[in-house]
Design a protein around this ligand. Structure first.
Ligand SMILES: NC(=O)c1ccc[n+]([C@@H]2O[C@H](COP(=O)([O-])OP(=O)(O)OC[C@H]3O[C@@H](n4cnc5c(N)ncnc54)[C@H](O)[C@@H]3O)[C@@H](O)[C@H]2O)c1
Length: 283
C-alpha cells in the first residue's frame, strides 16, 4: 500500500545491482511513493547486474559512477539535477565491498591495499558524496540522506572482517556531516543499521547462513528483510522524520538490545558437546 510519502521528491539511489539488493527495494518503494530519481552504480555493476530492468520498472535513468571518484560523483549530481529538474531531496548510499572478505583473508592477515579499498568504497565514498553535494549545493533544504550500516560497527562479529572498520567510519562520517548539513540547511544525515540480509554483498560474509539463523533466533521481531529496510528508508526520506539526524538507527528486529533469547539458548543447549573442537583457522 502506498501513502504518497515521497510525492514530488527527487532522489539519487546508489547501489542497486539485482533484485536482492536493498537499494533495488528502496527504488521500487520510492517509485510507488511518488518519487523520481536516478540510479547509480559502477559501469561494471551495470554490465553484470540487472539495473536496466529496474530503470524500466521505475522510469529512471542510470548514471554510471564509481563512488570513490570525486569527478564522477560531481557529474552524477549535475546530471541528476538536470534530468530530474531541480535539487535533490534524498540520497541513498547503499554501497559496500571488501576484497579481503571476498578473497577469504582473515582480519589478522588482511592485505593493506585491499583494506584501503574497503574503506574508500564502503565509507570514504560517503564523505566524497556529501562533500560534492555540498560544493554543488545539490541537496534541498530539509532533504534527507541515508547510508546503510551494520552492527559490526559497534560489536565484533566473526567473519565481518575489515568491513567492521568501514562501518564505524561510515557512521562517524554521518555524524560529522550531519552537524554541518543540519546547521546550514536542516538536512538530515543518518545511517540505518540493518539485519543480515541475503544479498550479493551480504552472502559474501564468511558463515553468513549461520549468522542469519543466529540473529533470527535472537531478535524478538526476527530479522528485518530488504523490503522492511526499504520501508524504513522511505520514512527517513519523507517529511515525517524532519528532526531525526546524526543517528545510527538500528533496524534489526531488536537484535542490538538482546543478550540471549530462549530460541538461541535452546539451540545452543542442543549443541553443547564437550568434545566439539574449534577449527584452528578461525579468526
Ligand atoms: N546484506 C546485508 O547483510 C547487509 C546488512 C547491513 C548493511 N548492509 C549494507 O547495505 C548496503 C547494500 O548492500 P546489499 O546488501 O544490498 O548488497 P549489494 O551487493 O546488492 O549492494 C552493494 C552495492 O555496492 C556497489 N558498489 C561496490 N563498489 C562500488 C563503487 N566503487 N561505487 C559505487 N557502487 C559500488 C555494488 O555494485 C552493489 O550494487 C551496503 O552498504 C552493505 O554493507 C548489508
Amino acid at each position: 500500500m502506498a501513502y504518497n510519502l515521497l510525492k514530488g521528491k527527487r532522489g539519487i539511489i546508489f547501489g542497486a545491482l539485482n533484485d536482492m539488493s536493498i537499494a533495488w527495494k528502496v527504488a521500487e518503494k520510492a517509485h510507488e511513493e511518488g518519487a523520481i530519481f536516478t540510479l547509480s552504480n559502477t559501469a561494471v555493476a551495470k554490465r553484470f547486474g540487472d539495473i536496466e530492468t529496474l530503470c524500466e520498472k521505475t522510469g529512471s535513468q542510470f548514471i554510471a559512477a564509481d563512488a570513490t571518484n570525486v569527478e564522477e560523483l560531481r557529474e552524477l549530481f549535475v546530471r541528476s539535477m538536470e534530468i530530474l529538474g531541480g535539487k535533490i531531496d534524498f540520497v541513498l548510499h547503499s554501497i559496500g565491498m571488501s576484497l579481503n572478505v571476498r578473497k577469504g583473508l582473515t582480519y589478522d592477515k588482511i592485505k593493506y591495499e585491499y583494506y584501503e579499498k574497503t574503506l574508500d568504497i564502503s565509507a570514504v565514498s560517503f564523505h566524497k558524496t556529501l562533500a560534492v553535494a555540498r560544493e554543488l549545493d545539490a541537496i534541498t533544504e530539509e532533504g534527507s540522506v541515508v547510508a546503510l550500516s551494520y552492527i559490526a560497527a559497534q560489536r565484533t562479529l566473526y567473519g565481518y572482517n575489515d568491513m567492521a572498520d568501514a562501518k564505524s567510519l561510515l557512521e562517524s562520517i554521518a555524524r560529522s556531516f550531519g552537524y554541518i548539513y543540519g546547521r546550514d540547511k536542516k538536512i538530515r544525515i543518518n545511517t540505518i543499521s540493518q539485519s543480515p540480509t541475503p544479498t550479493t554483498a551480504g552472502s559474501g560474509v564468511k558463515g553468513f547462513d549461520g549468522l542469519m539463523d543466529f540473529t533470527e533466533r535472537m531478535s524478538p521481531l526476527g530479522n528485518a528483510t530488504a523490503d522492511d529496510c526499504a520501508n524504513y528508508c522511505i520514512v527517513m526520506f519523507s517529511d515525517l522524520t524532519k528532526k531525526v539526524t546524526m543517528q545510527n538507527l538500528f533496524h534489526d528486529g531488536g537484535f542490538s538490545s538482546m543478550g540471549m533469547s530462549l530460541k538461541a539458548m535452546s539451540m545452543y543447549n542442543k549443541s553443547l558437546d564437550p568434545d566439539i573442537q574449534i577449527p584452528p583457522d578461525l579468526d
